[in-house]
Design a protein around this ligand. Structure first.
Ligand SMILES: Cc1cc2nc3c(=O)[nH]c(=O)nc-3n(C[C@H](O)[C@H](O)[C@H](O)COP(=O)(O)OP(=O)(O)OC[C@H]3O[C@@H](n4cnc5c(N)ncnc54)[C@H](O)[C@@H]3O)c2cc1C
Length: 487
């Protein structure tokens, strides 16, 4: 453990208690990565605080000593955002799992950051409510991590991402100050600092208390499964559905390879011979759902669907979702190793981008299975390779990177919901120019002048990205001339 971190241990113990500070190598190793395991580093020290005050004291100590810190929720991130540092403190929120308040009259709940996403829904379901953002990892991922990544899920097409469901935040800034942003009332005046904090990947501080919006459970939910010969035909159905003015809660698509994997893993029973399966979920007042389901079925048939199934009761709907929900893990059945990529394109560009991915796959000999949130153009290509074969991992990484280039080329983005973290920091200059990156850096420094909050995540750094750093070095000219101040 590097000396500056080592020197903090007695004071960290005084703040978090002996059982709240992990220094043993085997224990620290447990935290060496998030779900993107090929980035790994054993943290200098791990702390498990139980309150905002403890987090503030730990962060203040880090700031005084110039020691970096990394926030961590459940560690399910897929961009190495919670990758620890051997010269830093890993601040884990797993002991902060209290649902502090459920306020049905104001349709909100106040929670600690370590609460698992699905636990909010479980707590409010008896009252006819749920928490809408639904990442597939929702059984375990933390609300704090969702805030940091602005996480989405299958139903974000209709209900929006995490940012649309956060009313208030208590944060600990990188200087150790405890600050409240927003509250139970919507739309606080002034700059939208909640909007800025959500998606900041732990670089602007640590969320320690979160006020989330609760959504009323719909009267009726109906799920339609349509099987097509090609993803092009499925894509045409998606465009037709949206153009008809139907706003489904979710529109998900899987291609032939991902269907094959899901079939092998969970025997989902999707129609044999399907080159693409579309899952469209509709929710709302019963009469609307019934009418829209009929429209969706008609448009799917017109686009070439050769089999359509629909379900209203929860058990049958769960059967339709089974293959989709297991898709990431299922790919392990057909490939020894794989990369889960996350990119976005405008919905209309989906067919073209999928064709280009197929060409890339044929050219490189690397198989790509596609599972995606078709409604909002969020692709999750699963790039398959055999890690025992020399050079295969590198070729897969190249294919995976080229897919992101394709997304940018088609007016999209390098991440839809998994964040940038370490994994995509070096791709930020492909998407943003030097002036943009410089502005991001200045914004970050306004919160974190010392650069100790989750360093080397989100923005490219010279150490990680060769010669592609942000442009600003040294003092900004406006600061030098006394016109502006960094605070
Ligand atoms: C099988 C699987 C399926 C997934 N499906 C989806 C999906 O459908 N949609 C989706 O969006 N994502 C998905 N993910 C990715 C992941 O679950 C989300 O990014 C999730 O929000 C991460 O939460 P976490 O608690 O695990 O955060 P972690 O991985 O621990 O951390 C993620 C980031 O948040 C920061 N952070 C954590 N807590 C705080 C805090 N309190 N304050 C400030 N920063 C903090 C960390 O520093 C890091 O940068 C999936 C992951 C897996 C493994």
């Amino acid at each position: 453990m590097p000396e500056p971190v080592h020197a903090l241990v007695p004071r960290l113990r005084a703040i978090c208690g002996d059982d709240g500070v992990l220094t043993d190598t085997a224990q620290r190793r447990t935290y060496e990565s998030d779900a993107l395991t090929y980035h790994a580093e054993v943290p200098g020290v791990v702390v498990l605080p139980t309150s905002t005050e403890q987090i503030a004291d730990v962060v203040r100590l880090c700031a005084e000593s110039g020691v970096p810190f990394v926030p961590r929720g459940a560690g399910t991130g897929l961009s190495a955002g919670a990758l620890p540092r051997d010269d830093g403190v890993l601040i884990t929120t797993s002991r902060m799992r209290r649902i502090i308040e459920i306020d049905l009259e104001n349709e909100c709940a106040v929670v600690e950051p370590g609460v698992a996403n699905l636990d909010i829904t479980k707590a409010v379901a008896p009252h006819g409510y749920y928490y809408a953002p639904d990442p597939s990892s929702q059984q375990v991922c933390s609300v704090g991590g969702n805030i940091a990544e602005n996480s989405g899920g299958a139903h974000c097409l209709k209900y929006g991402f995490t940012v649309n469901h956060v009313l208030g935040l208590q944060i600990v800034t990188p200087r150790g100050d405890v600050v409240r942003l927003g509250g139970k009332a919507a739309d606080a005046p002034g700059y939208d600092l909640i909007g800025a904090f959500v998606g900041s990947e732990g670089t602007l501080g640590i969320a320690t208390e979160i006020t989330v919006r609760l959504t009323r459970a719909p009267q009726r939910v109906s799920t339609v499964l349509a099987a097509f010969e090609t993803t092009d035909a499925g894509g045409a159905a998606v465009s037709a559905i949206i153009a008809a003015g139907v706003l489904p809660a979710a529109v998900e698509m899987m291609d032939a390879l991902s269907i094959e994997a899901a079939e092998q893993a969970v025997a989902c029973g999707y129609p044999p011979g399907a080159g693409a399966v579309l899952i469209v979920e509709l929710d709302g007042p019963a009469a609307d759902v019934e009418a829209y389901a009929a429209v969706v079925e008609r448009l799917c048939r017109e686009a070439g669907a050769f089999e359509i199934r629909s379900a209203d009761d929860p058990a049958q709907r769960a059967r339709i979702w089974k293959g989709r929900k297991s898709a990431f893990a299922a790919v392990g059945r057909i490939s020894p190793a794989y990369i889960v990529q996350d990119g976005v394109v405008p919905r209309t560009a989906l067919p073209e981008v999928l064709r280009r991915i197929a060409e890339l796959s044929a050219r490189s000999g690397i198989r790509v299975a596609n599972v995606f949130h078709a409604g909002d153009g969020n692709l999750h290509p699963l790039v398959l390779f055999d890690d025992a074969e020399p050079g295969a991992a590198e070729r897969a990484a190249e294919v995976s990177g080229t897919i992101l280039d394709l997304c940018i080329e088609h007016g999209g983005s390098i991440t839809g919901e998994h964040g940038v973290g370490v994994d995509k920091a070096c791709q930020m200059p492909t998407m943003f120019g030097p002036a943009d990156l410089d502005t991001f850096d200045r914004f970050r420094r306004a919160f974190d002048p010392q650069g100790i909050a989750n360093p080397e995540k989100l923005l490219p750094t010279p150490r990680l990205c060769g010669e592609r750093p942000a442009v600003r070095r040294g003092e900004h000219p406006l600061v030098a001339e006394g016109t502006a101040e960094l605070f």
